[in-house]
Design a protein around this ligand. Structure first.
Ligand code: NAP
Length: 250
């Protein structure tokens, strides 16, 4: 029996990397629903791979009117939502010496404000007992050079899972957070030239206690658990899916 049969899911950033890995895992468990992103090409190719039970909606999660439209259109097409994944994120890279107000606003808008308002705007469309899954980062637990602001935003996201769960107890809506460690996604392409990608990934793999970096499918399996009744006793929890990189010395 599929774990998410007939469940309606919405995944922000479902057109790339971790979000697409989660969408594929949900699809394989019988879910249907919506992926959200800005890039029309990756939206089209992702939804073509997910098949007829999924649609793509082009929207910017930092724009509140876009979020409102996403949930209205989802409800019109599929009815109420069972699983919401607030995954879209990424960040400006730099230190407290180099990142100014514009980078601050951009990073916090995308990684914190958009998560809060994704959930806020989804609420009228969520079923009783819905599962909200947020995506943190192990940069919230360890200070990596150049990831200070991003890490601070993600630390706040980890708190939001607790706060949302508390706020939504009467509707039996659970919010939990997946905290990925270094994961093999197109996000890498934004930071290094193509000819350095393999070397960088090998370097990170060597740093990981488990000996490899994460794959979007690792996050997909965890998201299926959090989306399904198997995790019905988890509220406000953080699952570190990081190959040991946060807590194990190497
Ligand atoms: N990869 C890692 O090592 C790692 C580790 C820890 C945490 N994470 C977190 O995992 C999540 C996914 O990252 P990823 O590695 O899978 O990166 P990715 O492949 O670059 O995917 C990022 C996704 O977010 C979407 N997105 C970004 N800004 C958006 C906006 N303003 N509106 C709508 N969609 C937006 C992108 O779609 P469009 O470009 O089409 O807008 C894309 O689908 C992020 O929250 C990231 O912080 C990643």
């Amino acid at each position: 029996m599929s774990k998410l049969q007939h469940k309606v899911v919405v995944i922000t950033g479902g057109n790339s990397g971790i979000g697409f890995g989660i969408a594929q895992a949900f699809k394989n468990e019988g879910a249907k629903g919506v992926i959200v992103g800005r890039n029309p090409e990756t939206l089209a190719s992702a939804v073509a791979q997910l098949g007829a039970d999924f649609i793509a909606l082009q929207a910017d999660v930092t724009k509140l009117a876009d979020l409102e439209r996403v949930f209205q259109e989802t409800a019109e097409k599929f009815g109420k939502i069972d699983v919401l994944v607030a995954n879209a994120g990424g960040g400006a890279v730099g230190t407290v010496a180099t990142l100014g107000e514009a980078d601050f606003d951009k990073t916090i808008d995308l990684n914190l404000k958009s998560v809060y308002f994704t959930v806020h705007h989804a609420l009228p469309y969520l079923n009783e007992g819905a599962s909200i899954i947020l995506i943190g980062s192990n940069a919230a637990h360890r200070a990596y050079p150049n990831f200070t602001l991003y890490g601070a935003a993600k630390a706040a996201v980890i708190f939001l899972a607790k706060g949302f769960s508390s706020d939504l107890l009467d509707r039996k809506i659970r919010a939990n957070v997946i905290t990925p460690g270094t994961t093999d996604t197109p996000a890498f392409d934004k930071f290094v030239p193509a000819d350095q990608l393999d070397g960088l990934k090998k370097h990170f793999a060597g740093e990981m206690p488990i000996g490899r970096i994460g794959q979007p499918a690792d996050m997909g399996k965890t998201a299926v658990f959090l989306a399904s009744d198997d995790s019905s006793f988890l509220l406000g929890a953080e699952l570190l899916v990081d190959g040991g990189m946060t807590y194990l010395a190497k």
